[in-house]
Design a protein around this ligand. Structure first.
Ligand SMILES: O[C@H]1[C@H](O)[C@@H](O)[C@H](O)[C@@H](O)[C@H]1O
Ligand SMILES: [Fe+2]
Ligand SMILES: [Fe+2]
Length: 304
């Protein structure tokens, strides 16, 4: 990825690009311009700004951090890994997301289908040849159907928000880390050390992540035998793992394949985060393109 104009925190600044701070823009490959503020006029992922939304999100993370334990995740993976709730196509699932709004997200209050298309279309402009990456953008949040009654109507704390490993110490870079104090695992010596139940560079595939839409969609894609490349599956599975891809924590659990895949996740994340906007995509117009990708990488009907 070539970054043409950068803000200081993203890297070294080229001499010729020195412009006043408030006029700087981050432009990604092919021209996607990273906005400075979200549609609420705030910086992205600001969990501390005073507002009603902020109160709701803090509450969200409080409940999330108390309840996501090793035992809980194990139970959910077993239960949802059976994939016996529904049969439908990927596109049918996209349409279901029309009804879903994510309460953990400080930057977006549009229906989730818009977020999927905004992400995928922004990637498509900058990476026209990586069709697997467009499709990964389209489907990365489909696991949020877990909120719907037909999927058990799970509470928001068990579906959305940032994810993190369970079974070892919770890293301080995780949003609202202070609330882990009340998580039973934080007081259990089997789970509260740097490695916990894991070993050095064991590979993220062997690490259990807090339960939510990422891991569920990964299970759906894998069990239904998608032909997406391993980087696509990695993006789906770890896109909410900000402690890893933004803060660089938990690197001691990664193997070489994870290191390679992380490069794509870092690219993906910019589009996932910064494409959230009030300018909506015309669903019918782009639908034929995405249907063709779905046909290429997935069976017509999937088990969910
Ligand atoms: O609030 C958001 C949202 O739920 C996203 O889908 C998820 O990927 C993020 O990590 C999370 O913080
Ligand atoms: Fe997500
Ligand atoms: Fe997303």
């Amino acid at each position: 990825m070539t970054i043409l104009v950068e803000q200081p925190e993203f890297g070294v600044e080229a001499e010729e690009n020195k412009v006043p701070v408030d006029e700087k823009e981050l432009v990604l490959d092919g021209g996607f311009v990273v906005p400075q503020i979200n549609s609420f006029g705030q910086t992205f992922r600001d969990y501390d700004v005073e507002s009603d939304r902020q109160q709701g999100m803090e509450n969200f993370y409080w409940i999330n951090h108390i309840n996501q334990t090793y035992g809980f995740v194990k139970k959910m993976r077993e239960e949802y890994g059976k994939l016996e709730r529904m049969e439908m196509s990927i596109w049918e699932c996209c349409e279901l997301l029309n009804e879903v709004v994510d309460e953990s997200d400080p930057d977006l209050d549009e229906p989730q289908i818009e977020h999927l298309l905004q992400t995928a279309e922004a990637i498509r402009k900058d990476y026209p040849n990586e069709d697997w990456l467009h499709l990964s953008g389209l489907i990365h949040d489909l696991g949020k159907v877990l909120l719907l009654p037909s999927f058990g109507g799970l509470p928001q704390w068990a579906v959305v928000g940032d994810t993190y490993p369970v079974g070892c110490a919770f890293d301080e870079s995780i949003v609202h880390h202070k609330y882990f104090k009340e998580n039973p695992d934080a007081n259990d010596p089997a789970y509260n050390t740097k490695y916990g139940v894991y070993s050095d560079r064991c590979g993220l595939r062997n690490v259990m992540m807090s339960w939510g839409h990422d891991d569920y969609m990964y299970l759906v894609a894998k069990e239904n035998k998608t032909t997406l490349p391993s980087a696509g599956l990695f993006i789906i599975r770890y896109h909410s793992f900000y402690a890893l891809h933004k803060s660089g924590a938990y690197k001691h659990l990664m193997n070489e394949e994870d290191v390679e895949n992380l490069k794509w996740l870092e690219i993906f994340n910019k589009y996932d985060l910064y494409s959230k906007s009030k300018v909506l995509i015309d669903v019918e117009k782009v639908k034929p393109y995405y249907i063709s990708l779905i046909e290429k990488y997935f069976p017509a009907k999937l088990k969910w």
